[in-house]
Design a protein. Structure first.
Length: 256
C-alpha cells in the first residue's frame, strides 16, 4: 500500500480554551494539487503552522513520507522537503530579490562555518551551486530582470512571486502556499494559476494551497478540502465541493 506524502492523524490544536483544529485527519499524495478552503477563522493557517513546526499539535500526529514531524523545528522540517509561503509576505525587504531567494537555497548548505572562514574550495563550489539554484528559480518565476532590485521596491504581485521562489529554492517535495493570490489583480491571478500548474506538472512539486479566490481554487486544484471551525466538513473534486450543501452553507453562500 502506497504511503501518503503527507498525513495528518487526528490532529488537534488548542490555545487555552480555544480549539483551532479538532481531530483533523487528511492525506496528500505525491504529485497532488490540493486546495484547503474555509471561512476566516476555520483553522487553515493553523494547519500549515502545525505541519511546519511553528506550533506543536496538542494531540495527534503529522507524518511526512512516513516519518513523524511532531517535535521537529521548522528548519528541520524544511530540510526534510516541506516549504511554505505566508499569508502576510515575509521577505527581507532590505535585501535584493536574488539575496532573498539565496537565503532559501542556503537551507541545503553542507559546509561548516570554520570551512567558510578559511574559504575552502568546497565552500566556493557550494556557494556557486546555491547561486545557480536561486537564479534558476528566478528565471522560472520570471524574476531575473529584478534580481538586483530590493524586495521592498517591488509591486505586491512580484513580492508574492519572490516568496514562492524562495520557498522553491529550498528544494521542496511539498510546498504549502498560504493565500498566494491575495492582493493580486485578475491578470496576476491568472498568471499565478499557470505558474502553480507548471510547478506541479513540469517540476513535480506537490502543492497544498490555502486560497479565498475560488476562481483560483476551482481552476487549479484537483481535490479540495473544506474546514469549518477546525473540522473537515467536506473533501472531493472541485465540482462536488462547489455544489455541496454543507460547504455552501458554511462558506460559499451559493454555488460558484
Amino acid at each position: 500500500m502506497k504511503t501518503p506524502l503527507l498525513q495528518l492523524q487526528q490532529v488537534t490544536m488548542r490555545f487555552g480554551g480555544l480549539i483551532a483544529v479538532r481531530s483533523l485527519s487528511l492525506e496528500v499524495d505525491a504529485g497532488e494539487l490540493v486546495g484547503l478552503i474555509g471561512p476566516n477563522g476555520a483553522g487553515k493557517t493553523t494547519v500549515f503552522n502545525v505541519i511546519t513546526g511553528i506550533y506543536r499539535p496538542t494531540e495527534g500526529d503529522i507524518r511526512f513520507q512516513g516519518r513523524s514531524l511532531v517535535g521537529l523545528k521548522p528548519h528541520q522540517i524544511t530540510r526534510l522537503g516541506i516549504a511554505r509561503t505566508f499569508q502576510n509576505i515575509r521577505l527581507f525587504r532590505g535585501l535584493t530579490v536574488l539575496e532573498n531567494v539565496r537565503i532559501g537555497a542556503f537551507v541545503r548548505h553542507r559546509t561548516r562555518l570554520w570551512q567558510a572562514a578559511l574559504r575552502f574550495k568546497a565552500v566556493e563550489k557550494e556557494d556557486a551551486e546555491l547561486e545557480a539554484r536561486a537564479r534558476h528559480w528566478l528565471e522560472v518565476l520570471e524574476l531575473s530582470a529584478v534580481a538586483d532590485v530590493r524586495a521592498s521596491a517591488l509591486p505586491y504581485g512580484l513580492q508574492r512571486r519572490v516568496e514562492i521562489a524562495r520557498a522553491l529554492a529550498t528544494h521542496p517535495q511539498l510546498i504549502l502556499l498560504d493565500e498566494p493570490a491575495a492582493g493580486m489583480n485578475p491578470n496576476e491571478s491568472e498568471e499565478l494559476m499557470h505558474l502553480i500548474r507548471r510547478l506541479r506538472d513540469e517540476f513535480g512539486v506537490t502543492i497544498l494551497l490555502i486560497e479565498h479566490d475560488m476562481r483560483v481554487v476551482m481552476g487549479v486544484c484537483e481535490r479540495v478540502l473544506v474546514l469549518d471551525y477546525g473540522e473537515l466538513i467536506a473533501e472531493g473534486p472541485p465540482e462536488a465541493i462547489r455544489n455541496d450543501p454543507r460547504v455552501i452553507e458554511a462558506y460559499l453562500g451559493e454555488p460558484v
